[in-house]
Design a protein around this ligand. Structure first.
Ligand SMILES: NC(=O)CCC(=O)C(=O)O
Length: 267
């Protein structure tokens, strides 16, 4: 049966080390995302949108237990009856800082959280952040979805694990910089094709120091086709997907039936 979902992907700049400014700009963008004729069912935004990669001062800047973030996102999702996959934030949990997504349903209830499992050494994450160790699963209007963060998409095992658990729709907030646009696009398409699922990815745009973030937020369908792709500018990317495509692609090429996992770990 056909089940359509409308998506709004907020591709935005992030002011490094300035949560106040980032909260203000996210609130403005959220209002913009719902102020359209066909309101979205789900909104996604980028990785570490509250602080950016201000890692040397991350402990002071991060949101204790995500309280402020949860208040904003829960209130907004309830007011506008929309699902939110809340990008990710620097979250202070106890004495440790995690890179965490919170997700909310249309009633403003938190329905999931996920902390980035693979920390990206090229941006020093492992020196300042603690890695998560559990999957991020949620249900959106009855459809099983999963969450991964940025560098996580280089690990096909994680996406496959989610797909084997029933996930048909994968959300990926990111801060993925130049010069790796080719990797970003290819990996997102690969995760979609090999798992025959939708991949919804939101990348940051803008510049921090010498690092430029190229945007190119994308929606990829289970056949690997790009449904929508942003350029490098600040924008809200709107797209509509039909979840029925997942079952029809999986029926056409039944990779989940043809897998031979017992052979894969042998030399
Ligand atoms: N924030 C990140 O995880 C960046 C990952 C990245 O750039 C990559 O090439 O991988």
């Amino acid at each position: 049966m056909s089940k359509k979902l409308r998506l709004a992907i907020i591709q935005m700049d992030v002011h490094v080390g300035n949560p106040e400014s980032n909260f203000v700009s996210l609130e403005r963008k959220l209002e913009e995302a719902v102020g359209v004729a066909h309101k979205p069912d789900v909104i996604l935004f980028p990785e570490m949108w509250n602080t950016g990669y201000a890692l040397s001062e991350i402990r002071q800047l991060s949101d204790p237990e995500g309280k402020r973030t949860k208040e904003l996102l829960s209130g907004f999702s309830k007011r506008h009856s929309v699902y939110i996959v809340g990008g990710s934030i620097a979250e202070l949990r106890g004495n440790e800082v995690f890179n965490t997504i919170y997700a909310f349903d249309r009633n403003g209830e938190q329905i999931s959280d996920y902390s980035k499992m693979h920390l990206f050494r090229l941006m020093d994450e492992e020196k300042y952040l603690t890695a998560g160790d559990k999957h991020g699963n949620l249900t959106i209007d009855g459809e099983q979805a999963g969450m991964m963060i940025c560098y996580d998409i280089r690990f096909p095992e994680l996406a496959r694990g989610l797909a084997l658990g029933g996930v048909k729709l994968l959300f990926v907030p990111a801060q993925w910089p130049n010069p790796r646009l080719h990797h970003w696009r290819t990996l997102l398409m690969a995760r979609a094709i090999e798992n025959q699922m939708f991949v919804i990815a939101c990348n940051r745009m803008g510049q921090s120091g010498d690092t430029t973030f190229f945007g190119h937020s994308m929606v990829v369908d289970p056949w690997g086709e790009i449904v929508a792709e942003a350029g490098e500018e600040e924008t809200i990317l709107h797209a509509e997907i039909d979840m029925a495509l997942v079952d029809s692609v999986r029926a056409k090429i039944p990779i989940f039936e043809d897998r031979r996992p017992a052979l894969y770990s042998k030399n």
